[in-house]
Ligand binder design. Sequence first.
Ligand code: EPU
Length: 300
Amino acid sequence: MTNLSFREEKINIGRNYPIASRSGFKCGGCAEYYAQPSSITELKEVFILAKERRLPITVLGAATNILVSSDGVKGVVVSTTSLKGVSVKGTLVTALAGESLDSLINKAIEHNLTGLEELGGIPGTVGGAVSGNAGAAGKSVSDFFFYADCLDKDGNTIRVKKDSDTFSYRHSLFSSDLVVLTASFSLLPSLSASECRKKKEAYLKKRLESGQFASPSAGCIFKNPEGMSAGRLIDECGLKGKTVGKAAVSPYHANFILNTGGATAEDIYLLSELVREEVKAKTGYNLEYEIKLLGFKEKA
Ligand code: EPU
């Protein structure tokens, strides 16, 4: 353990913080240091401090899409979840990184703006959704993304506008060296806020019916291979209901792994790897993780 007193710095950084309790899977280890800055200025201070102390930084949103190993995460984990706020100017909707994607969609609908309803009910923050280019039902965050203000690895704030390299399927250039501070979306005027609300609710209902929230999970574990559904492949390999310890392949949607109560992060990891191996052996498809693994060595 690094022998540091972060208290001197007057930044609220906790030690041995059980981030896993916040994660979608509700299991795994602790962050060596944990900060949840309540302003962008405070977030920058955390970065400066960690850099001075040569501590690695891991930025997380609501941790809905991560699996933290039981050994936890070394260095400083920074959660953006206290950076909240959404503003609307004409057809441009801007949110701080820690705002929930769902609140952004609701705010847009209130202001008679449309575009993101299909993403209704995707758990997590705007920063996380932009970084992972979240999507559902053929729509992705990238479809309406306009620009993001980001912190680069030297601590400078830069504005990144969308170009052809910014996003690909479930990936963005924000997932490596850039931290999203705010993101702006250019939406379309809608004729009826109530129709948009109904549409969004219908997608949320579909998500609920898929059993995603029945037990702790991180939604889809694997990315869809091009032109194919990972869920369908896993299902066709007969893996629904397969378990390792208390981790189980969902009986509803085969691309979800559930913590059925008391699963360890290693149960979930081993089950995911078993699924990958079976799918590779039976179908030839190489499934790639959609979730982020922290503290594990992902096999190639
Ligand atoms: N299917 C099966 N068995 C299963 C699951 C799916 O046969 O266990 C079949 C379905 O019947 C359907 C096809 O596979 O014919 C596609 O299924 P689905 O509509 O559920 O879509 P998906 O491609 O499996 C994607 C996203 C989900 C999103 C849904 C709905 C990825 C990796 N997954 O799943 O996103 O909710 O579309 O729009 O892109 C997530 O990212 O966490 C996530 C859940």
